[in-house]
Design a protein around this ligand. Structure first.
Ligand code: PPE
Length: 305
């Protein structure tokens, strides 16, 4: 992948090449990390980070779930993310902070293993491929189920949990689709490999609830608020696979994927197979919100300065 200049590692900005860990880092062997994905957008006042406060909060909540011994405060992480964006220049559009157990250790016990923090900025561009947001993405239902709360902290962005997402994504791509839809223990829809999901049916919006083994997405939350403000009724409740097949519209939300319409699921076209008006309306307003063109939502942006 394309390198950027500096990576923030444990309080210092180091060259990309120098941001290294030992092969016996606990996180490398056991997945003991929590991370975030955050977008940076150009605004008329310079680059701004979208919902930085909420991402830092979720990152620290994830570290709490993992009971990591975190050495940095909320304010320090918040400022470190802005510093890393600033030093890497205008072109970066995505930030990935990651707390990980960096100590060299063989043995599962994570207690007293050194917890480190890395913050990387990249130029991501389009996440699901050029044109996905305009044409829509094709989905398959994965044979891999979304880990549920009895087996893993499904609601936290824990590195190790992403093994399932990687397997599901591979399955989708190998079957010629762009994304994988994952079901939960009840057989209802949870989410995609890296996106939440919404359906629009009989004039109402539905999205799986937080306890349905999903990550509580920040884009999901933004879209719920924007859609309600536009007058849509939005419900968090169980969503079945059949409801999704027969919905008028289906779309995904995520920091990386932003708002991406779904054109088909398991070869069944959604609606007429083209992005629908509700998704387009939400995409358009979201596009303006993140660029600081909708004053009502300007509190969601933090200027890099
Ligand atoms: N579910 C999962 C499993 C997930 O990974 C994401 C983000 C979401 C839902 C949407 O959450 P939010 O970004 O807060 O709206 N997935 C990240 C992509 C992971 C990757 O590294 O690739 C992202 O969108 O940044």
């Amino acid at each position: 992948m394309e390198k950027t200049k500096k990576i923030w590692l444990d309080g210092e900005l180091v060259d990309w090449e120098k941001a290294q860990v030992h092969v016996l880092a606990h996180a490398l062997n056991y997945g003991t990390g929590v991370f975030e994905g955050i977008r940076v957008y150009p605004t008329s006042n310079g680059p701004a980070v979208f919902r930085l406060k909420d991402h830092v909060k979720r990152l620290l909540e994830g570290a709490k779930v993992m009971a990591f011994d975190v050495k940095f405060s909320y304010d320090e992480v918040f400022e470190a993310i802005k510093d890393t964006v600033r030093v890497n220049g205008d072109g970066v559009d995505y930030v990935k902070p990651c707390f990980f157990l960096g100590g060299e250790e063989v043995g599962l016990n994570p207690i007293n293993v050194d917890c480190r923090l890395a913050i990387t900025c990249i130029r991501m561009g389009s996440y699901l491929g050029e044109g996905a947001q305009e044409k829509g993405a094709t989905l398959i239902t994965s044979s891999w189920k979304r880990p549920w709360n009895m087996a893993a902290p499904a609601g936290a962005k824990v590195n190790g949990i992403y093994v399932t997402s990687c397997l599901a994504k591979r399955e989708a791509v190998e079957r010629g689709a762009s994304e994988a839809l994952m079901l939960n223990a009840q057989g209802n829809i949870a989410e995609c490999s890296g996106e939440n999901i919404f359906i629009y049916k009989r004039g109402k919006l539905y999205t799986p609830k937080v306890t349905d083994s999903i990550l509580e997405g920040i884009t999901r939350n933004s879209i719920m608020e924007i859609a309600s403000d536009l007058g849509y009724e939005v419900f968090e409740r169980e969503v079945s696979r059949i409801e999704a097949y027969t919905a008028d519209e289906v779309f995904m939300t995520g920091t990386a994927a932003e708002i991406t319409p779904v054109s088909s699921i398991d070869n069944r076209p959604i609606g007429d197979g083209k992005p629908g008006p509700v998704c387009k309306e939400l995409q358009d307003i979201f596009h303006r919100v993140v660029r600081g063109e909708e004053p009502q939502y300007s509190h969601w942006l933090d200027l890099v300065g």
